[in-house]
Design a protein around this ligand. Structure first.
Ligand code: XUL
Ligand code: CO
Length: 436
């Protein structure tokens, strides 16, 4: 195993005046802000699949990215790729990574051989984690690439496919536990439908609920105490994904008694595909105590698909961090860059530029959000707007002490409610003053 990124030195913090593209201008990992190091507020993670397995293919063209860790048999490629990944993590100074089982090790001819391949690579990952201090934010199973999953995994009409997926997740939870992963993610993959003409939706949802309950049972049985996460996405690859958005996932979790075991891993681009802002998704989850972790990326609002671009929008990063801080922070979740460099950014150094940009954007977002919160720039206004609920008829309604008849009496005595401005434009102007 040699050096895979020989031209890149460890990325340093050089401050906002630096013109060095391979330096942080805002992310200063060990700087304390609001009593905590920036690295602990932000808990950045690299997504193994995009960063190390992405090749730049699209439906119209073949791979553009030739990496220095792609030669030899499949197991050698897997070992070299993992070594390159840890060199990358260390040079970038990032604390966490995430993977799917099939990102890090190839499938064998049967499940037994596949598991053996995975064990071998996991042993190496364990060693590299110990050597570098880089930790696993979450593990997951790829239940969508193999043709057996073309009609779904746990929602497949064939119980044998359900069983295969269960066996795969069993192993993936074991591996996540072994590597000290603090979360385990379920993204729906192909859990959805293409047409209702061939779909028993009620039965498929019951099977998905059963599957997740079986996963919880197994995790408790082996002593995995990490956080389970569901990652909502409304469409793609299927026409309709059952984990459509935060609110529909919440209803699903409630129906199948999963709320005590699950939170959400929210992804920016998935939120916008569902027709929401990402702030909406985060706010819904935070308001219901199910904000778990974030897949940080960005879509292109002019396109209707999951472009998974690196997040660079300071305004968005600010609101994400504002909601995260209000919710009490991200841990044990993190900010995972589920993002890929563009097809034409094919050189290894582009992977560094991409992550540096994302990390700097969130570092700025963190600092701006902290200032906005400290000044009470929005909070005070919102508190005041709802102050009527803290006493009188408002409090009685909230406390369940007022009836419709009490409301009628109140209006007859007090007359027409006095209109109050929502001051949207004033608030938008205030926010702009913070984002400089
Ligand atoms: C797919 C997606 C996944 C999950 C993990 O859109 O976001 O990569 O994050 O399976
Ligand atoms: Co994701």
């Amino acid at each position: 195993m040699g050096e895979y990124f020989p031209d890149v030195k460890p990325i340093q913090y050089e401050g906002p005046d630096s013109k060095n593209p391979l330096a942080f201008k805002h992310y200063n990992a060990d700087e304390e802000v609001a009593g905590m190091k920036m690295r602990d507020h932000l808990r950045f993670s690299v997504a193994f699949w995009h960063t190390f397995k992405g090749t730049g293919t699209d439906p119209f063209g073949s791979a553009t990215m030739v990496r220095p860790y792609g030669d030899g048999d499949e197991m050698k490629v897997a070992e070299d790729t993992l070594a390159a990944a840890f060199e990358f993590f260390t040079k970038l100074g990032i604390d966490f990574y995430c993977f799917h089982d099939r990102d890090i090790a190839p499938e064998g001819t049967d499940l037994a051989e596949t598991n053996k391949n995975l064990d071998k690579i996991v042993e190496l990952a364990d060693k590299l984690q110990a050597d570098t201090g880089v930790k696993l934010l979450w593990g997951t199973a790829n239940l969508f690439s193999h043709p057996r999953y073309m009609c779904g995994a746990s929602t497949n009409p064939d119980p044998a496919v359900f069983a295969y997926a269960a066996a795969q997740v069993k192993k993936a939870i074991e591996v996540t536990k072994r590597l000290g992963g603090t979360n385990y993610v379920f993204w729906g993959g192909r859990e959805g439908y293409e047409t209702l003409l061939n779909t028993d939706m009620g039965r498929e949802l019951d099977h998905l609920g059963r599957f997740l309950n079986m996963a919880v049972d197994y995790a408790r049985q082996i002593g995995f105490d990490g956080q389970f996460l569901i990652e909502p996405k409304p469409k793609e690859p299927t026409k309709h994904q059952y984990d459509f958005d935060a609110q529909s996932c919440h209803a699903f979790l409630q129906k199948y008694d999963l709320v005590p075991h699950f939170k959400l891993n929210l992804e920016s681009n998935h939120g916008t595909l569902a027709g929401h802002t990402f702030e909406h998704e985060l706010t819904y989850a935070a308001a219901n105590g199910i904000l778990g972790s974030i897949d940080a990326n960005r879509g292109d609002l002019l396109l209707g698909w999951d472009t998974d671009q690196f997040p660079t929008n300071i305004y968005e990063a600010t609101f994400i961090m504002y909601i995260v801080l209000s919710a009490g922070g991200l841990a044990p979740g993190g900010l995972n860059f589920d993002a890929k460099v563009r097809r034409s950014s094919f050189e290894p150094v582009d992977l560094f530029h991409a992550h540096i940009g994302g990390m700097d954007a969130f570092a700025r977002g963190l600092k701006i959000a902290l200032k906005m919160r400290n000044d009470g720039a929005l909070d005070d206004f919102i508190k005041q707007r709802y102050a009527g609920w803290d006493s009188g008829i408002g409090k009685d309604i909230e406390d369940g002490k007022a009836s419709f008849a009490d409301c009628e009496k109140y209006i007859l005595e007090n007359g027409e409610p006095k209109p109050v401005s929502g001051r949207q434009e004033m608030l938008e102007n205030i926010v702009n003053e913070y984002i400089r």
